[in-house]
Design a protein around this ligand. Structure first.
Ligand code: PGA
Length: 248
């Protein structure tokens, strides 16, 4: 299939609800499903919705396994900007995921290359990923797979683009944003059985247009999602505005 399924909705809240519907349906069908989860501004509303559904008795996470997409190198979980800290605040502390079932690359590991291999092994050991939930950076990155990253890449240590560092400065309380991160590779992400790409806000409209209608190439990492057999893009109308305006 060339074109991902597109779901365009009115609001950030509705994007979260649609995404939570996918998670809920998956965990109903397969309580020990393996999820890949993102961080950043985009998934905050999704995690709020997951918490609501858990509190309402609609979703049980007790057997679910999660792998995060990425983590900064050199940032401890209790420091500003940490994705481990983000996940604890927004999700782990609010639902019944078991700590031993929630993995994030360890950006403090003494041997980062070994940590990348360990992460890949863990994904393999649980039988691969059922659903990968992704955001997209304004430069088209998925995870920290910046433009130019090989589509075959496995989990690796990467240099973070300056534009990405700037886009994330808000989370670091004025401290310097690290220039390196560990990210799940595009090759790893593409092995997920289903992929959900969440896109919100007018600042993502240009890159969403390029990712979905421009050439598939490593200069726009998210463009490769069009070669995956099961991708659903859930976008609010501000992010999808340029697609809607595109002449046929
Ligand atoms: P954002 O980040 O949700 O904060 O926009 C998305 C990303 O960079 O992948």
């Amino acid at each position: 299939m060339e074109t991902p399924r597109m779901v365009v909705v009115e609001s950030v809240e509705e994007v979260a609800q649609r995404a939570a519907d996918y998670v809920e349906a998956l965990l109903e069908r397969k309580p020990d499903a393996v999820l890949v989860l993102p961080t950043g501004r985009t998934p905050v509303a999704l995690y709020r919705e997951m918490k609501r559904r858990y509190a309402a008795g609609r979703i049980d996470f007790s057997r679910a396994r999660t792998f995060n997409l990425d983590e900064w190198v050199g940032v401890a979980p209790d420091e500003p900007g940490s994705y481990a800290g983000f996940m604890t605040e927004h999700l782990y502390s609010r639902v019944n995921l078991r700590p031993e079932n929630c993995l994030i690359p360890d950006g403090l590991a003494a041997d980062l290359e070994a940590e990348c291999r360990r992460y890949e092994d863990r994904i393999r050991q649980v039988g691969g990923v059922d659903l990968a939930v992704l955001g997209i950076g304004q430069n088209g990155h998925i995870g920290f797979n910046e433009p130019g990253t090989s589509f075959e890449a496995r989990t690796h240590v990467t240099a973070v683009d300056l534009s990405t560092q700037l886009a994330n400065a808000y989370a670091f309380d004025g401290r310097p944003v690290p220039s390196r991160a560990i990210t799940m590779g595009i090759g790893t992400i593409l092995e997920a059985r289903d992929i959900l790409l969440l896109v919100t806000g007018p600042e993502k409209s240009e890159i969403l247009l390029r990712a979905l209608t421009g050439p598939v190439g490593e200069d726009v990492p998210a463009s490769i999602l069009r070669r995956h057999p099961s991708v659903t893009v859930v976008a609010d109308y501000t992010a999808a505005s340029r697609l809607a305006a595109r002449p046929d």
